[in-house]
Design a protein around this ligand. Sequence first.
Ligand code: EPZ
Length: 430
Amino acid sequence: MKLTVYGGRRLFGEVTVDGAKNAALPLLAATVLTDDEVILENVPDVGDVRTMIALLESVGKRVSALDPGVYSIRTGRELVGIPPDSLVRKLRASFLLLGPLMVRLGYSQLPLPGGCPIGVRPVDLHLKGLRALGAQIESRGGFWCAAAGQLRSAEIHLDYPSVGATEQIMMTAALIPGRTVISNPAQDPEVHDLARLLIKMGAGIMIEPGRLHIEGAKTLSGTVHTVIPDRINAGTFLIAGAIAGGDVTVRRCQPLHLEALLSKLDELGLTVQEHVESVRVISDGPGSFAGGRVEARPYPGFPTDLQPQMMALLSVARGSSVIKETVWESRFAHAAELARMGAQIRLEGATAYLEGVRGLVGTQVCVNDVRAGAALTLAGLVADGATVIIDRDEHIRRGYRDLAGELHRLGAAIIEETLEEKEVVGTEAR
Ligand code: EPZ
């Protein structure tokens, strides 16, 4: 995919946010815990969700689209515990199937999954949790092979509040009678959305500060569940309004899930108005807001998935800024691309130091992960001339149903095209 953005247009109007990709993925994975029909509503139409649906079908689930964003998932044929490598390697979140398939079938096998190149992305906490629950797991020829030993509830401490590991343990423990306790769990809204689904399916889940209790059941049943709104996409559009200038309202979002971003935008001097299910940002564009300090941390800290977008914003702030990334060890690849657009950024390990510039300059840039793609698109909104964003692996579509179309509807001058073969070669050469 190629986006061409002509900078200098302010944004006005409303955008309605889809369901959260990072909630939909574990919710879909959880459907393997029952043969009954689970109906999921407000499922976003993005690449990663399509891949997860294909994975479910590959292990024996029948997935039917009932309405746009509404899917019925039930068991179509006997489930198998070994999804095809080709699909698993496309999606890091496919690893969430290891525990649920193992606890349902007694075995599962997955290669180490792929995903965004934002760091090593180990799975040690997933494996620690599953082994504590009685799974026997070993790596054989690049695969993780899990077998159900004497499955039992357990007390598991996570050295790091990993979102995926928390979800993996929750889903697996939901089918193991007894009380499993996770200490230091991830507290993200997407984790709590999964808890709500598991409760509807028959598990008992109680969340208290720093601990998550799961009362497992022998069997789990079908239900209906609506995916929460995507706070990262909501935040992306709010930052778009802030950087370009104008007046943008993001509808069907939950301000409570965006507190770290909203207070930061307010601190920079932007006008932010919160309503029950929408947020409005009013901005005079580049240079009209101050620089500041952003530290990406586990929820409820500032979301790492909005760190690249904030780097674009702070590139055109008044004065200097500091961005510290504490979640992923190498999530600054977008800094080099922003610098090619004229941003003044100095990297020292996990910290980026920025000096705001009056404006950026359009050029050709490359996308290497979903949120970096969003950040470069936002930077293009305020760059002189045309910014050509080359997204060879369609990263942006993995997380955004129609980023270009939504920005265009808000007033951006943006064109989306398929990539010509020669252009792809060009980016490889760079
Ligand atoms: C989820 O990834 C999100 N993906 C990511 O969003 C997000 O950046 C991340 O949480 C943090 O918020 C989905 O939900 C599908 P983690 P996940 O396990 O679960 C370390 C996007 O753009 N870690 O919380 O993989 C890990 O190395 C994506 O939508 C271990 O050390 O994140 C990292 O430093 C990008 N051992 C930190 O924890 C483990 O076993 C956060 O990882 C697991 C993780």
